[in-house]
Design a protein around this ligand. Structure first.
Ligand code: NDP
Ligand code: HEM
Length: 479
């Protein structure tokens, strides 16, 4: 007698034998009617789904966002009202490596958050950096090609990276962060997160404010040098997964202070920089950080694949009181992610438990592969308008009109754009040790890159600060 449950087929019928295939005689061959053997092999062939085209290696956990301060004068979003506690899930990632890449690699980290609010899912799909390498989505696929493998060598190509960066001075700010200490955090608990883009907040009076979201680590910043990371990778390729998983498992829950910077809508025309340019920050001196609340991760997934690999984050998921901005990159991302999810996980990816909103969902989409949930409409209401009490729109959540001016054209985003002042402000924050590691990290990453490309890049460093170029040149000569 046993109290273990009975093994069944996926059809629910009991399986008589899970050790021996059905054969004609003890030596075989196998009979085709051994459906259970065929099903096992067929299922195995389908265990992998396409990996994310970027940010394939990831780590994640469940948690809560608690709002401690009153920012209701800026937003009516229920998730951001004082005292509100919202369940959420986070997924962190490196950008360039494939799903099996080592964790301790120098790379930007993804910082994706999905808040299951009572008004729908709000996704903030950010990074551990406040800026990005490009400012026009037209250049995003080109940039990513330089981070992935060369078509012939099948190796990553420093030449491609520095060729692109040196021809794209808007990348300087992010390149400086990437090769600074913060470009190689020991794990995700020890880094900040940023919404990076400018978004908007809308209050009860339908007034719009521009906003930047920040999540400051309470665990303190910790980084590895290149040499330390080599040692780590020699011992384990899963250093971040181990760090996050076991911290949460033992009840040492990582936390971040959520803060915002707020800009009145009309200020956008007054700042000396374009506040919708993703290669720029808003200086804290101009737009100080405002405390909002605390993000805490406190529960490991029970099933990594179901809850983290199948998690589908998209900047298009927003709720009333939170909106987009004219940022060209954000506009493209609003399209790109849902498209990626339909390809990677399927038409009904939003019905999967990890992605499913925790509020009522009613829509008129119909059918499609893996349609396993009702769309929440009465049976006769499968089109709109209808006379059968089907769901209807809610005009009071419409955003205030946004004034747009200008002629449709392809404007040169590099013309008259200052790509050097903000990297300079960052460079000036570094102490001598940080500067010296910046120089040597860059020199190490430039090994084998043709001289003319290196010289082109050094000219950009020179325009940030002559000491920046000189430091990298000295490090190159020493390597
Ligand atoms: P502040 O002195 O007010 O802020 C400096 C910021 O730099 C802090 O947020 C700090 O983060 C962060 N920082 C410190 N070291 C590093 C590093 N190695 N890599 C990335 N960030 C770092 O100055 P400003 O607001 O005037 O900004 C000056 C420069 O600081 C900017 O040009 C930008 O490069 C960088 N920065 C600015 C941010 C902003 O939103 N204004 C955000 C992040 C960076 P922490 O508080 O966690 O220590
Ligand atoms: C993942 C596109 C810029 C952060 C992805 C994915 C795509 C994509 C297609 C894979 C999604 C999936 O399969 O699940 C783009 C495009 C961009 C852009 C077209 C520019 C136009 C950015 C920026 C940030 C960012 C600026 C951060 C500020 C992320 C993160 C992920 C991701 C964190 C991983 C999401 C997860 O954890 O599942 N991006 N991206 N991306 N991107 Fe972007």
């Amino acid at each position: 007698m046993t109290d273990k449950p009975t093994l069944t087929t996926t059809g629910g019928a009991p399986v008589p034998d899970n050790q021996n295939s059905l054969t004609a005689g003890p030596r075989g061959p196998v009979l085709m009617q051994d459906y259970q053997l065929i099903e096992k092999l067929a299922h195995q062939n389908r265990e992998r789904i396409a990996e994310r085209v970027v940010h394939a290696k990831g780590w994640g956990a469940h948690g809560t966002l608690t709002i401690e301060n009153d920012i209701s004068k800026y937003t009516k979003a229920k998730v951001l009202q004082p005292g509100t506690k919202t369940e959420m899930i986070a997924r962190f990632s490196t950008v360039a490596g494939e799903a099996g890449a080592a964790d301790a690699e120098r790379d930007v980290r993804g910082f994706s958050l999905k808040f299951y609010t009572e008004e729908g899912n709000w996704d903030l799909v950010g990074n551990n950096t406040p800026v990005f390498f490009v400012r026009d989505a037209y250049k995003f696929p080109d940039f990513i090609h330089t981070q992935k493998r060369h078509p012939k060598t099948n190796l990553r190509s420093p030449t491609a990276m520095w060729d692109f960066w040196s021809l794209s001075p808007e990348s300087l700010h992010q390149v400086t962060i990437l090769f600074s200490d913060r470009g190689l955090p020991v794990g995700v608990r020890n880094m900040n997160g940023y919404g990076s883009h400018t978004y908007s907040l809308i209050n009860d009076n339908n007034e719009r404010f521009w906003v930047k979201f920040h999540f400051k680590t309470q665990q303190g910043h910790q980084h590895w040098t290149n040499a330390e990371a080599e040692q780590v990778i020699g011992k384990t390729r899963e250093s971040t997964q181990e760090d996050l998983f076991y911290a949460i498992e033992k009840g040492d829950f990582p936390k971040w202070n959520m803060q915002i910077q707020v800009m009145p809508e009309t200020d956008a025309d007054l700042t000396p920089y374009n506040p919708f340019d993703l290669t720029k920050v808003w200086p804290h001196g101009d737009y100080p950080l405002i405390d909002v609340g605390t993000l805490e991760l406190n529960r490991n997934p029970e099933n990594y694949f179901a809850e983290i690999e199948q998690a589908a984050f998209s900047p298009s998921n927003k709720v009333p009181g939170i909106g987009f901005s004219p940022d060209k990159m954000l506009q493209a991302r609003v399209f790109s992610y849902a498209d990626a999810h339909r390809h990677r996980i399927g038409t009904h990816y939003e019905s999967l438990p990890v992605n499913e909103p925790k509020c009522p969902v009613h829509h008129y989409h119909k059918d499609g592969a893996m349609h396993f949930k009702s769309n929440g409409c009465p049976v006769d209401a499968y089109y709109e308008p209808n006379s059968f009490n089907g769901p209807v729109e809610k005009p009071d959540v419409a955003e205030p009109p946004l004034k747009i001016t200008g002629d449709a054209a392809r404007y040169d985003h590099r013309e008259g754009n200052d790509d050097y002042s903000q990297p300079r402000a960052l460079f000036n924050l570094f102490d001598d040790g940080q500067k010296s590691r910046l120089f040597s990290n860059i020199a190490a990453a430039m090994q084998g890159v043709p001289e003319e490309i290196v010289e082109r890049q050094l000219k950009h460093f020179e325009l940030v600060d002559p000491a920046y170029a000189a430091g990298v040149r000295t490090a190159l000569n020493a390597s």
